[in-house]
Design a protein. Structure first.
Length: 156
């Protein structure tokens, strides 16, 4: 089982998602019970739909439980805070356009590019991992190679 790196907030979110899915599992079991009381299960669309929902919910529950079992909380890691690692908020400047960007490097479960949270598996994050403050990095993105100056690395 490989380790999953996640923040405390991400861990809490997964726990909340799991609790919600467990509530749904109970509701779906009740739906299945009610559908079974209606007779012939082969022609019972409600029963078939409920069983399909149940399979999806059970699959997601198993996935989350596996992640939680192997989760390493990034907030507790002993890492060199001078380099960009998971959990770092990196401020950088495009050396050509002089535009500034701020990204927080997170697990794929926590990624939300609209909020500046990028997955450590993304091309941008892969180019930033291990970088130091005031270093220049070249990052190969899907549409071009870009050069950035790392101006700040913070761990919040």
């Amino acid at each position: 089982m490989t380790d999953i790196y996640i923040s405390k907030d991400g861990y809490k979110k997964l726990k909340n998602d799991l609790a919600e899915l467990n509530r749904k599992k109970i509701e779906i079991a009740q739906e299945i019970g009610e559908a079974m009381e209606q007779g012939d299960l082969k022609e019972n669309a409600g029963y078939t739909a409920a069983k399909e929902k149940q399979a999806l919910v059970l699959e997601r529950i198993a996935e989350i439980e596996t992640k939680l079992q192997s989760a390493k909380i990034t907030d507790n890691l002993k890492i060199d805070k001078n380099n960009a690692h998971i959990g770092a908020t990196v401020t950088m400047m495009d050396t050509d356009s002089k535009e500034e960007y701020v990204y927080t490097l997170v697990s794929s479960d926590e990624a939300n590019p609209l909020k500046g949270k990028i997955s450590i598996n993304s091309p941008m994050a892969q180019g930033l991992l291990g970088a130091k403050k005031l270093s220049n990095v070249k990052i190969k993105l899907p549409n071009a190679e870009k050069k950035f100056l790392i101006t700040k690395i913070e761990y919040k």
